[in-house]
Design a protein around this ligand. Structure first.
Ligand SMILES: [Ca+2]
Ligand SMILES: [Ca+2]
Length: 88
């Protein structure tokens, strides 16, 4: 019995932090596969979700111009309407 209630508390804590995380972001990001595990997205990786994304569009999203789009940069692009999220 004691183990079960601890487990239930852990589940509640996890749910609460998920809700807090979602509330901080204006729009939640879609899940995009990070094929090479670099922690950010290359043009090719983003094109798995946005096949029509051009190099020009990619450069616009990559605000620090390091050649990869971080989750923060993508969040900014979504919030600014630079990219449209696919219908979920
Ligand atoms: Ca990557
Ligand atoms: Ca970048």
């Amino acid at each position: 019995m004691k183990r079960m209630s601890l487990r239930a508390m852990a589940l509640v804590a996890t749910s609460a932090s998920l809700i807090a995380g979602a509330a901080m972001a204006q729009t939640s990001l879609p899940l995009i596969e990070d094929a090479d595990g670099s922690g950010d997205w290359s043009l090719a990786e983003l094109q798995t979700l946005w096949p029509e994304l051009t190099q020009e569009g990619f450069v616009a999203i990559d605000t620090d111009a390091n050649g990869a789009v971080s989750p923060e940069e993508l969040q900014l692009a979504v919030d600014n309407g630079l990219v449209q999220l696919p219908q979920q």
